[in-house]
Ligand binder design. Structure first.
Ligand SMILES: [Zn+2]
Length: 326
């Protein structure tokens, strides 16, 4: 019996992973949350700055949770092209209207990221109202993840890993390989200040539509560039954690980033700005509570146990399927 349960669990995990939405890669998500802290007003910085490493490290918790929680997957993407052509007016932007038209199961099948971000915004606002340190931190870290995902073009497209156009692998290439190689050296994360968002729903839908529109460019540029790069120049073997892995070569990565004309840097910067602005908006909507007394607080034993459990689940799931990282 135990064996059967084990096999079923493995099967569930494999099914979940079938939709990649691997989400900016761990590296980029962590950077994005980290830089968002610097856009906040001083009244918030006094809580967020001492916890900046938490916010950065836990930016990837929603991805880790995907292995264990079946409902988690759809929160990271929306296959918006399922709803016709740009700007996909057949899809109501309000959750209740969308549910009435398509049903919840169907919406979840094609992804719910724009709505889930709004749910997280309410949760964060409540956390501020009740001055709940742990919830403010956890929800801030996690809303950052989903907002980041909404900015990734292939998170708003059913051809999310180029699987329909013989470009498998492009998902991780765009959101992991390029930032990992270039963000530190070449991307600029000096970005003004967070702003109050009057209409968070409109704001996030706008970003999702931009993502959907950019998906074509993401795919087309890779296809065109591949014609100039034979496979032995497009890919390279590199050492990673003691293993030799095949990945997109540095030359191809640099050429792709150039061809995209700054798109990846721009989407990362917009993610940083949006995240800080959502954090700020939640705080303002909660009546701008004084956060000074929370700055000294620590996570409870129960919180620490929860983080530990998530890491343990994630580590054993990735081990089972032979993957080391997202
Ligand atoms: Zn994600």
């Amino acid at each position: 019996m135990k064996k059967v349960i084990h096999c079923l669990m493995l099967l569930c995990i494999l099914l979940l992973l079938n939709h990649p939405s691997l989400c900016w890669g761990f590296y980029a998500h962590q950077k994005i949350n980290y830089y968002a802290v610097f856009l906040l007003p001083p009244e918030m910085v006094l809580l967020y700055k001492p916890n900046i490493l938490f916010l950065s490290e836990h930016a990837v918790d929603p991805d880790k949770r995907r292995y264990a929680v079946p409902n988690e997957g759809p929160r990271h993407y929306i296959d918006i092209d399922h709803y016709g052509i740009y700007p996909y007016n057949s899809l109501p932007r309000k959750w209740a209207d969308a549910v009435a038209k398509f049903g919840e199961d169907s919406l979840k099948r094609y992804g719910i990221v724009p709505w889930h971000i709004q749910t997280m915004l309410y949760r964060l606002t409540d956390a501020f109202k009740t001055k709940n340190f742990s919830s403010i931190m956890k929800t801030s870290a996690e809303i950052g993840h989903y907002i980041g995902d909404a900015h990734v073009p292939l998170h708003a497209c059913s051809n999310h890993n180029g699987q329909l156009t013989n470009q498998t692998g492009i998902h991780g290439f765009w959101e992991s390989r390029v930032p990992e190689l270039l963000a530190e050296k070449e991307f600029d994360f000096f970005i003004g200040k967070a702003v109050y968002i009057q209409n968070p729903g409109d704001f996030i839908w706008k970003r999702v539509l931009e993502s959907a529109k950019a998906a074509d460019t993401v795919l087309r540029c890779e296809k065109e560039l591949s014609k100039q790069f034979p496979d032995d120049r497009k890919f390279a073997f590199e050492e990673r954690n003691g293993k030799t892995i095949r990945q997109y070569s540095a030359a191809f990565t640099i050429a792709y980033n150039k061809k995209l004309d700054g798109m990846i840097e721009r989407r990362m910067r917009q993610s940083v700005f949006a995240i800080a602005s959502f954090w700020y908006t939640a705080w303002v909507n909660a009546g701008q509570p004084n956060l000074k007394e929370l700055a000294q607080q620590k996570f409870s034993e129960a919180d620490l146990k929860e983080f530990e459990q998530l890491n343990a689940q994630w580590a054993s799931a990735t081990k089972m399927i032979g993957r080391e990282e997202q």
